[in-house]
Design a binder for this molecule. Structure first.
Ligand code: SF4
Ligand code: SF4
Length: 418
């Protein structure tokens, strides 16, 4: 996903709720022994990740969609999504990321984009690109589409490897063609490259390829091992040495390509000292809406089994953002346990990922084991070291259904060492 511009600090007005940014503080956890959390000021979110559908023709082994995909017959209607776009703009949201699955699998994408643009939202299409035709891209631009983000698996000279990773023959060539159309139509382009053992040797080539495609930004996004990616961790995990070499290379390329392309990098949890501030803090800046309209603080939040989620079919978005149980639960810092509670970094990384803490410790309020201060960290990090040195097993491909994919032939994976 793109880096999101800072919010101007929104005035929130929806239904009966009226709030100026900075006015409202939350008691995220009333049972907490601490006083109401002064860090927990609720402002308008800046970004909305709209998962228009879970259908997808690709079969990526690191797919970040939930294990249980939502079916086409429960997806929000065109009118529902249009209502969401208007409510998002009223709430103060600036940017909408139209995602999936594969958002172009929705025939009404043009209507949704048009309403979002007319409501004043900056629209970003996050796509695997393989279903797009030039005429449709032109139409989407006419409807107000501002920006396109295309995911790639490897560079065009490694098309066979790229197609093998995505499980889609011809995908690499098609993505290159679509990237060309995006630039010809004068739209800004971001290239997103999930990085793992099977392409970490290509990081420099991927950055150069993004420049060649005319992208203004490239995301070197090391795979995060949640959801489907966890099933393939032992196949995808790079060695620490390969990761360190890639990290140094990113730094060098940042210097070399200053003013030409912005290079974002997402570090793999297993090799980090401290966790990422997941979503910039729970319930702090981003709203995620699933294809059926469930409103989540992060795209993996449904994996925390005790949380209950509101639906945009039943309640206004602003009400859900301000008062929804799932948003309140881990907002701010008052819900934290030690060592996070008294840690000077607690308002920097917010204790890391709640979903990972829940998956690995059984309690989402625990410190994310990705943190070196977690008592579980050492044991957990050892897994990466062991798995990354073993011979990688064959991929367990994601088979989302919907469009009919053409799987590329499986072959012996390439070496992991950069
Ligand atoms: S299969 Fe790949 S392209 Fe499709 S939703 Fe999953 S990660 Fe995205
Ligand atoms: S102890 Fe908690 S707040 Fe401190 S660095 Fe680790 S995860 Fe972040």
């Amino acid at each position: 996903m793109n880096e999101i511009a800072p919010s101007p600090g929104g005035h929130v007005k929806e239904g009966t709720i009226t709030m100026d940014a900075g006015e409202m503080r939350c008691d995220a956890n009333p049972s907490s022994p601490t006083a109401p959390d002064p860090s927990c000021v609720v402002r308008a979110p800046i970004g909305l990740l709209a998962e228009l559908t879970h259908r997808c023709p690709l079969q990526c082994p690191y797919c970040s969609n939930p294990l249980e995909l939502e079916k086409v017959n429960v997806e929000l209607s065109t009118e529902d999504w249009q209502k969401v776009m208007r409510q998002a703009a009223q709430l103060g949201i600036l940017q909408v990321h139209l995602s999936g699955g594969e958002p172009t699998a929705r025939r009404d994408l043009e209507e949704i984009v048009k309403t979002a643009a007319e409501s004043g939202l900056y629209t970003n299409l996050i796509t695997a690109a393989v279903l797009l035709k030039r005429e449709r891209l032109e139409k989407l631009k006419e409807c107000g589409l501002d920006h396109v983000q295309i995911s790639i698996q490897d560079v065009d000279t490694q098309a066979e490897n790229a197609d093998r990773i995505a499980g889609y023959k011809g995908g690499s060539a098609k993505k290159k063609e679509v990237a060309g159309w995006v630039r010809e139509l004068g739209m800004p382009l971001t290239i997103n490259a999930p990085i793992h053992r099977h392409n970490i040797h290509s990081v420099e080539a991927i950055i150069n390829y993004a420049v060649e495609l005319g992208a203004g930004r490239v995301e070197i996004a090391h795979v995060q091992y949640y959801a489907w990616a966890l099933k393939n961790r032992s196949s995808l995990m790079p060695t620490r040495d390969a990761f360190m070499a890639a990290a140094r290379l990113v730094e060098r390329k940042r210097e070399e390509l200053k003013g030409i392309i912005v290079i974002d990098a997402v570090v793999p949890d297993y090799y980090a000292k401290y966790p990422k501030p997941c979503m910039g803090g729970w319930g702090k800046g981003i709203i995620n809406i699933t294809p059926s309209g469930r409103v989540l603080p992060c795209h993996a939040a449904e994996s925390i089994t005790h949380l209950e989620f509101d639906n945009v079919r039943d309640k206004p978005l602003a009400d859900i953002w301000l008062n929804g149980d799932a948003f309140q639960k881990y907002r701010g810092t008052s819900w934290m346990k030690e060592p996070c509670r008294t840690c000077p970094r607690r308002e920097i990384d917010y204790g890391g990922c709640r979903c990972q803490a829940f998956a690995l410790t059984g309690d989402a309020a625990n410190t994310d084991p990705a943190c070196s201060l977690s008592p579980l960290h050492e044991e957990w990090a050892k897994v990466a070291d062991v798995e990354s040195h073993q011979s990688p097993p064959a991929f367990v491909y994601r088979r989302p259904g919907g469009a009919t994919p053409k799987p590329a032939a499986e072959k012996t994976p390439v070496s992991s060492d950069a």
